[in-house]
Design a binder for this molecule. Structure first.
Ligand SMILES: [Zn+2]
Length: 258
């Protein structure tokens, strides 16, 4: 049965990933995510259902549009594979539990937000604000202590990053953390409480710092003019923190206490 469910969640992830690709392309442009159906970004032709099979179609068509032959961004395939793998991992870690659908929704949101920020340098409010509301409903259904932890998580995530943003604008005299990042951290706190979001912030500063140094030392950074989106680092850190958060917080606290 485990093999059956593993395959099921992998396929479900691939299908959700295909939908996330639509969201990633259209939400920053303010377009509908429902209609029209999938189109080639270059020639605008409708993609036939048999060419719209997640993960497989991209490989079969060698990453090109069947109509115009234009190369299709590898991002489409990457998002489908990544979502499929994350859905599989979340199933393995959480099992068929009440937390699983919450985890799957969260994984999908993290992929959407990470890739939107990577491509468009924004974290849309249409994702984070409803995300906070949905997370509060989920934790409210679990009881008052869970709801309390969510509210504390919003304070630690949003407040923590707001403090860093304030500090950054004083030290560097320019905006280092955006409002979108702050709302994203608040949403992560609303989903999983203060410990996970604290671990997320610690991991994202570490990975974002290292990533920033690496990117700035390569020529590619010249092209993006030194603007490195922080969202993908926060999103990836949140997934890691979800599985290793307790260890990270304990390690951090033990370092503080010497
Ligand atoms: Zn085309």
């Amino acid at each position: 049965m485990t093999l059956f469910y593993s395959a099921l969640f992998f396929v479900l992830g691939a299908v959700v990933g295909s939908f996330l690709n639509v969201c990633i392309s259209r939400i920053p442009r303010g377009e509908s995510i429902v209609s029209p159906g999938s189109q080639c970004p270059k020639c605008g032709c409708r993609i036939k259902p048999y060419d719209n099979i997640p993960i497989l179609s991209y490989v079969r068509l060698k990453g090109r549009c069947r109509n115009c032959g234009e190369a299709i961004d590898l991002r489409y395939w990457t998002v489908e594979v990544l979502t499929a793998l994350l859905f599989l991992i979340f199933y393995w870690r959480l099992g068929l539990s009440y937390t699983l659908p919450v985890g799957l929704l969260f994984a999908a949101i993290m992929i959407a937000v990470g890739f939107i920020d990577l491509g468009s340098k924004i974290i849309p409010n249409v994702i984070t604000i409803p995300g906070i509301a949905v997370a509060l409903v989920f934790s409210g259904l679990r009881g008052s202590s869970s709801l309390g932890n969510s509210i504390l998580g919003i304070a630690v995530g949003g407040g923590g990053l707001l403090a860093v943003a304030g500090l950054g604008s004083i030290v560097f005299d320019k905006e280092s953390v955006g409002g979108g990042d702050i709302k994203l951290a608040a949403m992560i706190g609303a989903f999983w409480g203060w410990k996970i979001v604290l671990a997320t912030l610690l991991l994202s500063f570490l990975s974002g710092g290292i990533g920033g140094i690496v990117l700035l030392s390569t020529k590619k950074a010249v092209k993006v003019q030194g603007v490195i989106p922080f969202g993908p680092f926060i999103a990836a850190s949140a997934i890691l923190a979800l599985f290793y958060g307790q260890d990270i917080v304990n390690l951090y606290l033990s370092c503080l206490s010497g």
